[in-house]
Design a protein around this ligand. Structure first.
Ligand SMILES: *[C@@H]1O[C@H](CO)[C@@H](O)[C@H](O)[C@H]1NC(C)=O
Ligand SMILES: *[C@@H]1O[C@H](CO)[C@@H](O)[C@H](O)[C@H]1NC(C)=O
Length: 275
């Protein structure tokens, strides 16, 4: 019991230390995924979902709560999240790949809080949705072309995809729409693509797009960007292809070579490389 209270306190402290730091909102919707497993938190923030709500979040996106085994399989290929979430059958835990004192008590593995007797407790969620795999993901390459699921065929109904772009510190992202055809309606409420100048879909809203007119190019202010595509239960269309390219920071003529090497030194890989 004491261990449990202690572990909760530690995780809670960690949660409290999130928030705005160096202009980046950390308490956000993380959708890092591996082996069909991803972490989800409520729009209102961290640790806000009861068991039934967590289940509903996964089901809304066409998946279900991940089992302990699925979370462990994802962890084995590098899925690491410092936030406890509901799994199937009311179990709570989180996957730790890299041991650290701030998270996971220096252990690796699934930090397991066990099957909760009280399902009104509020945690995050771990969802499993292997079919959603091709739609969305995390990209760190200097260029890439995103396609709507199934492209060049029409996309399907009830898709939800998040593409997160995370480049080196100092770089910017240039988005160019190559093809675009998404079910048209006046407010783009049916099917749409949203672009966020941020690593989540909470802050930095740039625009929502539908129809068949090519949107203008978009440049990010920082080194992260999120694209979210959602289709409803009826009417599909041709889909899209969107290209992004990394734009290096302008080098000052006075310190020539220095600029590039500094750019590399500043880059911290890993989840919080966006600092
Ligand atoms: C269950 O958890 C909720 C949220 O933490 C709490 O408000 C409630 O009192 C708990 N119920 C029981 C029976 O412990
Ligand atoms: C960077 O350039 C400045 C001016 O050109 C020079 O004084 C400095 O030594 C250089 N630093 C490195 C690490 O090369």
């Amino acid at each position: 019991m004491i261990v449990l209270i202690l572990s909760f306190a530690l995780v809670w402290n960690k949660a409290q230390s999130w928030g705005f730091k160096d202009g980046v909102l950390h308490n956000s919707i993380w959708l890092e995924r591996a082996a069909g497993v991803y972490h989800r938190e409520a729009r209102t923030g961290k640790y806000q979902l009861t068991y039934l709500e967590a289940k509903a979040v996964c089901e809304y996106e066409g998946g279900r709560l991940a089992t302990y085994q699925q979370l462990e399989a994802a962890r084995k290929i590098g899925f690491h999240v410092c936030a406890a979430g509901w799994m199937a059958k009311g179990r709570v835990g989180y996957p730790i790949v890299k041991a650290g004192t701030n998270c996971g008590f220096g252990k690796t593995g699934i930090i397991d809080y066990g099957f909760r007797l009280n399902r009104s407790e509020r945690w995050d969620a771990y969802c499993y949705n292997p079919n959603g795999k091709e739609c969305g993901g995390i990209f760190t390459d200097s260029k890439h072309i995103f396609k709507s699921p199934g492209y060049p065929n029409e996309y399907e109904n009830e898709q939800i995809c998040y593409w997160h772009i995370r480049l080196k510190y100092g770089q910017q992202i240039h988005l160019q729409f190559l093809e675009f055809d998404v079910e048209d309606d006046t407010a783009c409420m049916a099917d749409y693509l949203e672009v966020y100048d941020s690593y989540d879909d909470v802050t930095g809203f740039v625009g929502r797009y539908c129809g068949d007119e090519l949107p203008d190019d978009i440049s990010s202010t920082g080194n992260v960007m999120t694209l979210k595509f959602l289709s409803d239960a009826s009417v599909t269309a041709g889909g899209f292809q969107i290209k992004y390219t990394a734009v290096d920071p302008p080098s000052k003529p006075s310190d020539g070579k220095n600029t590039t090497s500094q750019g590399k030194i500043n880059f911290l890989p890993g989840k919080f490389g966006i600092l």
